[in-house]
Design a protein around this ligand. Structure first.
Ligand code: NAD
Length: 490
């Protein structure tokens, strides 16, 4: 293994840097300029084998899983300090490779995950219950016992491009806190925010092989998910690939956690003050150019408020400046790649063919001649059965659907194969909670209240949106096995 610094963008395996065994590197682009900003290796099946081998040794022989939670927490707290120290650098990386606007990058993409990681190391892990006594049952001849929660083993972690740093930490943090060792395979579009974690793990003193970071795409992902040395998979991405990962993991009976797509509904009941909803409604499809799994891209509004709301959204979109995400004046940046932009454009064309009307946008911004930009786009005249109401755009497109009463709103919201998030608005919070409880979805934001990214609040979906939860104690639990120990009384 050669020892090279991050500048050459190698793979991070067994505590060192290597160029890998492939000869087909990945060129990383800045989606706002289309310029190449780095090259990273395309990990081969042999490279994945080396990474899993290192993680396996570090689990089976290494100190990490055998350390007490307090010892692990101490090292993870150092890692949190190191993340904090490099925060500004991480924000610049995120803007450059993910194309996210500065404000969202500083807050959601980088700030929130560092805060969550720090909270995990300093509060969640030290307070977590790893051992619970088993209550003896008198008269059954059953003795005393304890249930111990043990690390699941080697974790294979696969992430998407849209919130790369957040997703990487949302998996790596709890996996390490549980005592697992890990191989992280990030999106081929956004490898730089993953590879830097190798330097950060080194600086914090994680034992070699505890964290391994590889770059690659389908072949690397398949090799990792099929590898017999991996015990648990945690995947974030589309439901199409998620189903493949589920099947690939089944071959060796791995535990599989899936965080997949969404088409969440934002329900605006008839007693809502529209002044209060505009930020949520606009943010629901333009945040990070619509590249967010939990965004509320289906806007369900009571028919009495429909025309007024559409007029306000169209008015608001006129103020959304699209352009260079590094410039804080811009509120929307590019899509990640041209292939993604073309996919969104095809789905927009389908909407028009299906009979929906474009109330705003629909094309590429005339003032930008490079970068994968699209205009924010609003559809009206939408029926929930249309493809544009059922499929994830993963682009800056919202659809407005009117409803007659609360029952119909719930029926439309639940008429989706996804169930990741949602919103409900009403002047009557009790009524809003009642509607929220009827939604088949993992999270509901009521009257714009926070919660989705609260470290105590589990993040994950129903139906095709996934299996399992991330964040805080819920996320940590996914990486633990339960072992029952029993002995006779006396
Ligand atoms: P994607 O499914 O195309 O790719 C995700 C990852 O899977 C990438 O790292 C890719 O290289 C890898 N991969 C591709 N084929 C594979 C295979 N056969 N086996 C193993 N790995 C394979 O997703 P994307 O385009 O990167 O991200 C967008 C999707 O992610 C959207 O659907 C979005 O909703 C979803 N997402 C979900 C969450 C969540 O927490 N629920 C968060 C962010 C994004």
């Amino acid at each position: 293994m050669t020892s090279t610094p991050l500048a050459t963008r190698g793979l991070y395996i067994d505590g060192g840097w290597t160029d890998g065994t492939g000869d087909d590197p990945i060129t990383v682009l800045n989606p706002a300029t289309e310029e190449a900003i780095a090259e990273v290796p395309q990990a081969t099946v042999e490279d994945i084998d080396a990474a899993v081998g290192a993680a396996r040794r570090a689990f089976d022989e290494g100190p990490w899983p055998a350390m007490t939670p307090t010892e692990r927490a101490r090292i993870l707290a150092k890692m949190a300090d190191e993340l904090q120290r490099r925060r500004a650098e991480l924000v610049e990386l995120n803007i450059t490779e993910a194309g996210c606007t500065r404000l969202i990058s500083e807050y959601l993409q980088v700030g929130t995950p560092i805060d969550h990681f720090s909270d995990l190391a300093t509060r969640v892990l030290p307070q977590f219950t790893f051992e619970e006594p088993v209550r003896p049952i008198i008269g059954h001849g059953i003795g005393q016992g304890v249930v111990v929660r043990e690390p699941y083993g080697v974790a294979g972690l696969i992430t998407a491009f849209n919130f790369p740093f957040l997703l990487n930490l949302a998996k790596l943090g709890p996996a390490l806190a549980a005592g697992c060792t890990a191989v992280l395979k990030c999106s081929p579009y956004t490898p730089l925010e993953a590879l830097i974690l190798g330097e950060i793990a080194d600086a914090a003193g994680l034992p070699p092989g505890t964290v391994n970071i590889v770059t690659g795409d389908v072949a690397a992902g398949e090799a990792l998910t099929r590898h017999p040395g991996v015990d648990i998979l945690s995947f974030t991405g589309s439901d199409t690939v998620g189903r493949k990962v589920y099947a690939q993991g089944a071959e060796t009976v791995k535990k599989v956690v899936l965080e997949l797509g969404g088409k969440s509904a934002n329900i605006i009941l008839d007693d809502t003050d529209l002044d209060k909803v505009m930020e949520s409604v606009l943010g629901g499809f333009i945040t990070h150019a619509g590249q967010g799994c939990a965004l509320q891209t289906r806007i369900l509004v009571h028919q009495s408020l429909h025309d007024e709301l559409v007029a306000r959204i169209v008015g608001g979109l006129g103020f959304i400046s699209v352009g260079d995400p590094a410039d804080p004046a811009n509120l929307m940046g590019p899509l990640i790649r041209d292939v993604q932009r073309r996919r969104v454009e095809e789905l927009i064309a389908t909407g028009v063919q299906e009979g929906a009307q474009i109330a705003y946008g629909g094309g590429r911004p005339a003032h930008l001649d490079r970068g994968y930009f699209l205009e924010p786009t609003l559809f009206v005249g939408v029926d929930n059965g249309m493809r544009i109401a059922q499929e994830e755009f993963f682009g800056p497109v919202g659809v407005v659907i009117p409803f007659r009463d609360d029952d119909e709103a719930v029926r439309i919201a639940n008429d989706s194969r996804f169930g990741l998030s949602g919103g409900v608005w009403s002047a009557d919070p009790v009524r809003a909670v009642g509607v929220a409880r009827r939604l088949r979805t993992g999270m509901v934001v009521i009257n714009g209240g926070g919660g989705g990214l609260n470290p105590n609040s589990p993040f994950g979906g129903y139906k095709y949106s996934g299996i399992g939860r991330e964040f805080g104690g819920h996320g940590l639990s996914e990486y633990l096995q339960h072992k029952a120990l029993q002995w006779p009384i006396g």
